[in-house]
Design a protein around this ligand. Structure first.
Ligand code: 3HC
Length: 337
């Protein structure tokens, strides 16, 4: 398959790598040339890591499948065009409009949006029936889940084809049956972020992250994950979902972004990333139930709305967020009902 990835940030570069690792030919484009150079460096670093671990044989073979595209029009004729630009409605609309004009009648067009309903974006796409959400998790190469979102205009054939493409990458697809802002896993994650943010002041970042890591079995602290996914991205997501009725405010994130602290990518955020931060075991933190309760309620809402099943919520949060237990099982074990 020939794949065109538009946007070479953390997600775009990771997604391009995933397709190249699965044997596909990938073209990648970004308006920012330095972003492309950084993306190629990051992909090489990651493929070398996988080689050290015996998961990949030949770094150069994988790298040779990745080509830098001179412009959006170069996706012409690609089997899959995947938009992974910054989480801003107008930027995405602009790129999707241009890309879909170039798409041939066989192409599938996908967006890796974290939060914007696919139906809204589909209005800019020339062939809306061929447009789906394909939402990867950071880092795409390590996280096994991809949400596949069906917008109101997505044709069932193309939705199923997108699911097959995800399976072909060796990933687990999570079919999202209703196009709600933030879809499934991020809606749950937003609740976790918000709960943690609301506890700041009463508790420190270190105390909250200690509970998340040592008591809830999260793979990293909550504020560490905010830094890892990017505070600027988090802020953009909050703005996009707020326009759609989901208020997720975390003033400290806004302050840090204003100071130029975007998390891991800028070297500082809630943590200082000059050297790799560790989560210390510290006492006096919040009751773990306070962190997961809103996420549990969100999970129950998603199930009630028929968007996913209980098993899918659990699988989605295990594979998309690296939790040891899915959020429903975990919450019930803590005594929530
Ligand atoms: N490629 C290849 N190897 C990588 C890598 C990458 N991109 N990133 C890390 N590694 C390697 C590390 O170098 C390390 O190698 P080593 O064993 O040789 O030292 C190994 O993988 C293990 O990594 P770490 O030691 O850093 O730590 P972990 O075991 O904790 O694994 C993790 C890292 C998989 C990121 C894990 O911490 C995790 O699952 N975190 C949660 C991530 C998460 O929740 N992602 C979703 C965020 S939400 C999202 O993306 C949605 C979007 O819309 C916002």
């Amino acid at each position: 398959m020939k794949v065109g990835v538009l946007g070479a940030g953390q997600m775009g570069s990771g997604i391009a790598e995933v397709f190249a690792l699965a044997g596909h030919r990938v073209g990648i484009f970004d308006v920012d040339k330095s972003q492309i150079e950084k993306a190629l460096r990051n992909i090489r670093w990651s493929v070398e890591k996988l080689t050290e671990k015996g998961k990949v044989k030949d770094v150069e073979e994988v790298m040779s499948r990745i080509e830098v595209l001179p412009g959006v029009e170069a996706v012409r004729g690609d089997d899959l065009i995947l938009e992974a630009v910054f989480e801003d409605f107008n930027v995405k609309i602009d790129v999707l409009r241009k890309a879909s004009e170039e798409a041939n009648d066989e192409s599938i067009i996908a967006s890796n949006t974290s939060s914007i309903p696919i139906t809204e974006l589909s209005r800019a796409v020339r062939m809306p029936a061929r447009f789906v959400g394909m939402h990867f998790f950071n880092p795409p190469v390590l996280m096994p889940l991809v949400e596949v979102i069906r917008g109101d205009n997505t044709g069932p054939i193309y939705f199923n084809r997108a699911i097959d493409i995800v399976r072909g990458l060796g990933k687990t697809p999570l079919p999202v049956r209703k196009d709600v802002p933030g879809f499934v896993v991020n809606r749950i994650l937003f609740r976790i972020f918000n709960a943690a943010c609301g506890l700041l002041g009463k508790y420190t970042v270190e105390q909250i992250d200690s509970v998340a890591y040592y008591e809830l079995g999260f793979p990293m602290g909550i504020f560490m994950l905010l830094d890892y996914t990017g505070l600027d991205l988090n802020l953009s997501i909050s703005k996009e979902v707020a326009k759609r009725g989901l208020r997720l405010e975390c003033p400290p994130v806004e302050t840090l972004v204003k100071e130029g602290k975007k998390g891991t990518k800028s070297g500082a955020g809630f943590y200082n990333w000059a050297s790799r931060p560790r989560i210390m075991m510290v006492g006096g933190g919040p009751d773990p139930k306070e962190i997961v309760r809103p996420a549990f309620e969100e999970g129950k809402w998603l199930i009630r709305e028929g968007i996913v099943t209980e098993e899918e919520v659990d699988e989605g949060t295990r594979l998309g967020l690296g939790l040891k237990e899915g959020i429903i099982t975990l919450s019930k074990r803590l005594g929530l009902s």
